[in-house]
Design a protein around this ligand. Structure first.
Ligand code: H2B
Length: 100
């Protein structure tokens, strides 16, 4: 059974847990920056493995040392707890890859 999408008020409240993330067009959005491509790709590798475990996958774009991420739950037509779980993991992995 698909998760139920959160209201924008709920999303805004939970955004307090995620420094640097914004609500844009019904998605959780953040751009990470790394020292170089190697660090950015190390981050993406960590995220990819976690995304597979969670069966929840990011929309993202990488240009050299930048990774722009957009999270939404397609099955629910909005943002759910799964997006917050993946975003929280990304925060940890960014720190491990010297990202900000
Ligand atoms: N990722 C994201 N971000 N949203 C989804 O709704 C989603 C997903 N659904 N990964 C999963 C896979 C679904 O397509 C499979 C069939 O479970």
């Amino acid at each position: 059974m698909p998760a139920i999408a959160m209201t924008s008020a709920e999303v805004r409240e939970r955004l307090g847990e995620l420094p640097g993330w914004e609500l844009r067009a019904d998605k959780l959005v953040r751009e990470f920056r790394f020292p170089d491509f190697n660090a950015a790709f190390a981050f993406m590798t960590r995220c990819a493995l976690r995304a597979e475990q969670l069966d929840h996958h990011p929309e993202w774009c990488n240009v050299y040392n930048r990774v722009r991420v957009e999270l939404t739950t397609h099955d629910a037509g909005g943002i759910t707890d799964r997006d917050f779980m993946l975003a929280a993991a990304m925060q940890d992995y960014a720190a491990a890859s010297a990202g900000s």
